[in-house]
Design a protein around this ligand. Structure first.
Ligand code: URA
Length: 197
């Protein structure tokens, strides 16, 4: 992972590399059970080289606290690693240039649960879906359960979404517990049998 993060810091595969201050590879526990994937760095993230440290990051911290999830135990990153000027939406060629980084990060971390924040990271798994329809609804893709959520910045701008993202986040502990229970069962197929004796 250190190698991938280093590659990202030096990446020049799209024009965002000309306007960025720092590329933002991601941060957190490199063997996390839960990975949060946002859109792209904003002003403060570009300055610091760290994800979700501005206003949206503050709100994300509050959401994590609300479910007693320590930020240092999860991995947080974005689909696009460099700030689009003026925080505009990432362009298709920028998303395409960055796609292999998120693929590799997911492969290395091998999380049980991925929480997508906003439609750009959601569309990797749900290309034709609308976030208003599927937010908060987990779906299994192989070993990974993906939980689409609204972007915290959207909830800051649109007050009515705040309660929605808060409620969606509250579902996360149960989703995670279920994944862990399933995994333990797979690791110990005799467990159920043994209980019978
Ligand atoms: N918004 C994002 O999607 N990512 C960040 O890192 C910060 C704000």
């Amino acid at each position: 992972m250190a190698q991938v993060e280093e590659q990202i810091r030096g990446c020049t595969m799209c024009d965002l590399s000309r306007t960025r201050t720092n590329a933002v590879p991601g941060e957190g526990n490199r063997s996390a059970n839960v990975m949060f994937i946002g859109e792209a760095p904003g002003f403060h993230e570009d300055r610091n080289g760290e994800p979700f440290v501005g206003a949206a990051g503050q709100f994300l911290n509050e959401l994590l606290e609300s479910i007693d999830l320590d930020r240092s135990t999860v991995y947080i990153t974005n689909v696009v690693k460099c700030r689009p000027p003026g925080n505009r939406d990432p362009l298709p060629d920028e998303l395409a240039a960055c796609a292999h980084y998120i693929d590799r990060q997911i492969e290395l971390i091998d999380p049980k649960v991925v929480v997508t924040l906003g439609r750009f990271s959601m569309s990797r798994w749900f290309p034709k879906e609308r976030i208003s329809r599927i937010h908060g609804t987990p779906k299994r893709f192989g070993n990974i359960t993906v939980v689409p959520m609204y972007h915290p910045a959207a909830a800051l701008h649109q007050g009515s979404l705040r309660a929605t993202i808060e409620a969606d986040m509250k579902k996360l502990p149960q989703i995670l517990a279920q994944m862990e229970a399933e995994e333990n069962e797979q690791e110990d197929p005799d467990a159920e049998q043994m209980k019978l004796f």
